[in-house]
Design a protein around this ligand. Structure first.
Ligand SMILES: Nc1ncnc2c1ncn2[C@@H]1O[C@H](COP(=O)(O)OP(=O)(O)OP(=O)(O)O)[C@@H](O)[C@H]1O
Ligand SMILES: [Mg+2]
Length: 512
């Protein structure tokens, strides 16, 4: 035993009725280190973190903190031990303000205990956000009105507001922009110097290689091993995670895009985006790249009918369409995979079958009589094909791992037989092997003449999949690139505004 280890986890086992999520996990971490935990969807990463955070109890095993055996029997107890957690699924209270969320339980009071010092509270929340480098957030705003990336930053600020000894970040970066990620890394480096142990979970291996001092790989509820980034490579890490090397990451396309399917003309929604015009052909994958907050999601929601533009028109197959609600778009065979699966993607308390089945109603019902058996068969086949794990369609979505929830959301729209599929960050929180599966599914769909709009903040995936790429910045389309023109640097330069990235070596990339 290495006595310098600040946190030791030994033989942790946990099963949820029937599923053995952790089969005896061991690992140890030092104070002041960034320890990354990686592994496929369902490997048990979040389960292990929830045990450390006191949110669930292990069946057996020990946790030793600074030489003393501890048992975080509740979140409050874990808090007292100095353990702070930013969960994969947001846990902020939606209808409270940012200030209330950050200062929960420690709102400053005035002379009387019941008198809340609001100006003081807001100042304190603002200071906390600033101290962690997140400045652009209105502390008075109701949390549910913030973008997902801002919500994530509020979560992080809240976790570090009270001095942590261990900070658990369960996929913190999935919703952050590059700039926000840089701020988060700066914060992590500062916490390291204050001897905080940071446990960092991510599916983005480039990030893990940059920030982690050590990386532990979990697979099927067991520890595969712990490695040091500079002594290994991404490919070796993937082999440890997946158990085999991966095939070609991006699909080889069999067909060229065909006739025009969608045309968007001068779509505007003040405050969100202006004069957005573009078209999508059958079998085309149109990538839309841009920083988080550039207006991409709002455009997608308007084309889907979930929001209403104030002006502009949308045509499908040359016919003007008016979408008043997502119902109309389902009828027009337009599907949207949202970036926020918890808010409008999935019903967490329903089964996989009910969720996937939602969009297939018209295929299995005849005169409104739903054929349950047929629906189950369709869903079961899709679940198998997409290797959703575990492949049980009666399972509640809430009990699936994050990445598998994402696959369920995608399965729903794959079964809906859309003509136009809008994918907003489709691989968020998805492991490398599954990403490759999803990329191939997207490629196959496009080859069957489905038009696809792919919104993503991950450059490699935009570049690897798209036939054409649009770049949005501050609510406008600021560039269009053919497959041949699009490169990592040119897209980033365009998305951020050239000068900030290329420092003066200005090139005009706007195609306007
Ligand atoms: N509340 C629950 N009830 C039943 N099974 C669960 C529950 N929570 C998790 N599981 C199962 O435990 C296993 C481990 O899940 P966990 O969420 O820890 O995975 P993960 O490594 O965090 O995956 P991801 O990368 O997708 O977030 C999975 O098979 C999952 O389906
Ligand atoms: Mg998880």
């Amino acid at each position: 035993m290495n006595t310098s280890d600040f946190l030791q986890v030994r033989g942790i086992k946990k099963s949820y009725d029937g599923t053995q999520a952790l089969k005896g996990v061991d690992f140890s971490s030092k104070a002041g280190e960034v320890h990354a935990v990686v592994g496929e969807n369902g490997a048990g990463k979040s389960t292990l973190m929830k045990i450390l955070a006191g949110a669930i109890q292990p069946d057996s095993g020990e946790i030793i903190l600074a030489g003393n055996p501890v048992r975080p029997r509740s979140p409050h107890f874990a808090f007292l031990l100095g353990i702070r957690t930013v969960y994969q699924e947001f846990s902020l209270i939606a209808h409270l303000s940012v200030t209330e969320n950050i200062l929960m339980g420690q709102m400053p009071t005035g002379r009387f205990k019941w008198w809340i010092d609001w100006p003081g509270a807001r100042r304190r929340a603002q200071e906390l956000l600033e101290s962690v480098g997140f400045t652009a957030i209105d502390v008075r705003a109701t949390t549910s009105r913030l973008s997902v990336s801002h919500q994530q930053m509020v979560e992080i600020a809240k976790a570090v507001a009270t001095k942590p000894r261990i900070l658990i970040l369960d996929e913190p970066s999935a919703v952050l922009s590059q700039k926000e990620l840089r701020r988060l890394f700066a914060l992590i480096r500062r916490l390291k110097q204050e001897s905080v142990l940071v446990l960092y979970i991510s599916h983005r291996l480039d990030e893990v290689f940059e920030i982690a001092d050590r990386i532990t790989v979990l697979k099927d509820g067991e520890t595969v091993g712990t490695v040091i980034p500079r002594e290994t490579t991404e490919n070796e890490l993937i082999k440890m995670m997946v158990g085999r090397p991966l095939e070609a990451i991006y699909p080889k396309r069999r067909k060229q895009p065909g006739d025009q399917l969608l045309e968007v003309n001068n779509l505007s929604k003040p405050g969100e985006f202006q004069n957005v015009s573009f078209s999508v052909a059958r079998g085309e994958i149109l990538g839309i790249f841009g920083l988080v907050g550039s207006g991409r999601t709002a455009v997608a929601r308007c084309i889907f009918g979930a929001e209403q533009p104030t002006s502009g028109e949308i045509q499908i197959d040359g016919k003007l369409i008016k979408l008043k609600s997502p119902n109309d778009s389902v009828k027009a065979q337009i599907a949207l995979l949202t970036e926020d699966r918890k808010r409008d993607g999935l019903i967490m308390s329903c089964s996989v079958c009910d969720n996937v089945g939602l969009a297939t109603m018209d295929r299995v019902s005849r005169w409104t009589l739903l054929n349950r058996r047929q629906q189950k068969e369709l869903v079961q086949a899709k679940v198998q094909e997409m290797s959703i794990r575990p492949p049980e369609i009666n399972r509640l979505v809430r009990t699936l791992s994050g990445g598998n929830q994402q696959k369920v959301a995608l399965a729903k729209w794959l079964l809906a037989r859309a003509r136009l599929l809008i994918l907003d960050e489709p691989t968020r929180g998805v492991d490398v092997a599954t990403k490759v599966e999803i990329y191939h599914l997207i490629g196959e769909l496009a080859d069957t003449e489905v038009g696809i709009i792919l919104i993503s903040s991950e450059l490699p995936e935009i570049l690897g999949l798209s036939n054409r790429v649009l770049v949005m910045r501050e609510g406008r389309i600021v560039g269009e690139f053919s497959k041949a023109q699009a490169g990592e640097e040119s897209l980033l330069a365009c998305a951020t505004g050239v000068d900030t990235w290329m420092e003066g070596s200005a090139q005009t990339l706007n195609s306007e």
